[in-house]
Design a protein. Sequence first.
Length: 402
Amino acid sequence: MRFFWVNDTFTELNEWPQTLTGPGFLWVTSGRREFEVLQGDIQVQLQRLAGGALVDLHISDLLNPQLPSQFDYTSWYDLLVFRRLAAGPGTERMFLDEEHGTASTARQALASIDTSPVGFALFDKVLLTVHPADCSVRDFFIHRLGQIGASPARQEPPVTAVPVPVPEHDDGDAHLGAAHALEGLSDPTHTSGRGAASRMPASPADMMLRVVNHMVDSYLDLRRLLTRQFGYLQHELLSSNNRFTSWQALLESRNALHLLEDTCEDQRSAMQEWIDALDEWPTPEDKASARERELLRVRSRDVHEHIERVLGHVRRLESSAESAVQMHFSAQGSRTNQIMRTLTVLTAVFLPLNLITGIFGMNFDALPLIHTATGFWVAFLLMLGVAGGLVWLFWHKRYLGD
């Protein structure tokens, strides 16, 4: 468990603070197992600092690793459980390049998809986050906010704390979407211009939305992984040179897409409930607080829009997979029709020839051409002419291809 005081600076505390005075808020981050062991002390500290403890049902939700994304609230805090979508470690080495892979790497890619839930308990001046062990989202924000708080132009917060050490290298999870997630909203008391760099979160709700936005944008890596995987499977499925045998991998891929779609729909529902609850908050009296509230609505709608885009991409992948399967069976049906057409034409060509040989095979003494030396050649030329005529007729009617 780690404690951070977030104001104009980002400072790590050694333990729970005695009081929460002055501007800023307390960010408490804990692993799920650690939260389960220390929940008694956490409840006492939340009652002392935030004016209320967590409800038992909400504690069960925070400890449940299989809980879908959802939102709930009480009169003294809000609770958001949000499942992240991200590619697991090691997936970047599963493909030789942007297009090629194997069925085994496709299965490994599906197995490495991380959909672990992260819980947020949002108080007035306290943000409690419960996450899996070794959470890259938490480490990324500690690193990033530590860099922002290390600016010499900022002042120290009015608490005794230990500055957060800034790692020399990023943990690898800071991809393109994270840059957008960390663009801070304007602080009403901040005088910087529009070109200012990332700013500290202004409130626990702002901090929560940044983390959620980061988890949504982390789908970028997963999107690349799924696109490569389905690109390989569709290429193998529609290839005319090889017989497709990776049906199990394709079925698992489709099931994974259905699971991702359900996860995204749960995310969208949870975020919509948060937006509705945000609209029901009391209207602030001063302009600065009202502006901050409006900025929270803007960021919430932005996160909701990002979830809609992710959901749209997952559904497009599902549609693409369904179309590839239909095209595969259509191609197989077309190939079967061509084979049957060829066999039918051959049968139609040889059927008159069988009729001629059957006639001349009758046991009649007075059968024409039976006792002449030229009878065989006449019958042979007759059959050759009939066969050639039928082939020409079928070619003219385009029953035979090129």
